[in-house]
Design a binder for this molecule. Sequence first.
Ligand SMILES: Cc1cc2nc3c(=O)[nH]c(=O)nc-3n(C[C@H](O)[C@H](O)[C@H](O)COP(=O)(O)OP(=O)(O)OC[C@H]3O[C@@H](n4cnc5c(N)ncnc54)[C@H](O)[C@@H]3O)c2cc1C
Length: 416
Amino acid sequence: MKIGIIGGGVSGLFSAYYLRKEGHEVTLLDKGSLDDGCSHGNAGMIVPSHIIPLAAPGMIAKGVRWMLSPTSPFYVKPRLNRDLIRWGWLFHRNATASHVERSIPVLRDLSLLSKKLYQDFANNSGIAFGWEERGLLMLYKTPEAEHEMAEEAAVANKAGIDAHVLSPQQVQDLEPETHVTVRGAVYYPGDAHIYPNQLIRQLINELRRMGVSIREHEAVTDFRLEQGRIKAVVTQAGHYEFDEVVLAAGAWSPELTKKLGLSLPLQGGKGYSFMLTEPPATVRVPAIMLEARATATPMNGHLRIAGTLEIAGTDLSVNPNRVRGIVQSVNQYYPELPVAMPATETVWRGLRPCSPDGLPYIGRVNHLRNVTLATGHGMMGVSLGPATGKLVAEVINSQAVSLPMEPFSPIRFSRT
Ligand SMILES: Cc1cc2nc3c(=O)[nH]c(=O)nc-3n(C[C@H](O)[C@H](O)[C@H](O)COP(=O)(O)OP(=O)(O)OC[C@H]3O[C@@H](n4cnc5c(N)ncnc54)[C@H](O)[C@@H]3O)c2cc1C
């Protein structure tokens, strides 16, 4: 079949990979240059530990508290915008214990499938992308966070995800080369990390080698619909006729689904990162500094610091106050790291495609026969990339799917 993929982030690229492996003729269209999007500068964590969706009880109250501080890790840019209001309402409706309970096995199975596919990819593709299985530390400094993390660790262990509560000394033992000042941590030994910039670069090279046509700087602007299917994908440069279309346009996906008659609740969740390059990274195990919601990931011999979640539509401007919030938090956990406010132009920013219930959108759009969505992965798009691509390929090939697809249905909010 002739397959068109819209979007060359991790979701689109892995979809292209698994579809091409099945012998399809694949064309990937991206509006940008595929060297700086959300799938590049992120924290690179592969997180089977993250089985609790963002929409969880307590998040609304926490979010409101955080919004009062200019350097806090969470912010919603106030806008009188119908899509944002609908998203917020759906988030609120899903921030319940029963939603969390239902989502835990769903996220766990998707994450474990993805980790397995990453392991296969690391072992068999001949592609190096910094794959390391050193686990993840959730570092905390306050009794409140300790309590929250102990509860999450118990939930994880019950769900079959290994989690260990560590004392400050046990944390220090895992980090022999730098001082860590914490009250404790939860250690998830099953997590992993990658160097995402390298993954994306290598995937693009591999796809080209496999014969995928990759067209950069070619934004999709419209569709021609005919008899319940996409007849043509219209771009700035012309139009394409495909048998099947995969829509993986990240935070911009709703702009395109609107043209297909689907109102997709999805907001861009902006985050920032920067590299600490001197001296070479001394942090061994990737970590989330819990109270600050900032991350530290050893990568390519250096350390990537990342954080914040600003619900800001598709605004890509850098807010120095939020970056300062990340910078100020690092030495509270790692007092010896030489961290200083980076020049604004060196700060990377990306838009996480956030669904309101914390589950991705993967699957068919009922009213159009030849469209499959692959977006909405929020904070876990890199982690879930291979599983997403595999499921997309299975759906398009009408094969038995590796996991039940109902929880990921792109039309699950259509009636609300
Ligand atoms: C600070 C930060 C840290 C993160 N850390 C992690 C982490 O540790 N682990 C993890 O798993 N995830 C992490 N994430 C989330 C992860 O980066 C995203 O979920 C993931 O990159 C989303 O990938 P995507 O392919 O869905 O979207 P994107 O990477 O945004 O790709 C979408 C592509 O679609 C293209 N596009 C849009 N509109 C059009 C159009 N009209 N025509 C053609 N092309 C179009 C865009 O140019 C873009 O290239 C982090 C994100 C941030 C911001």
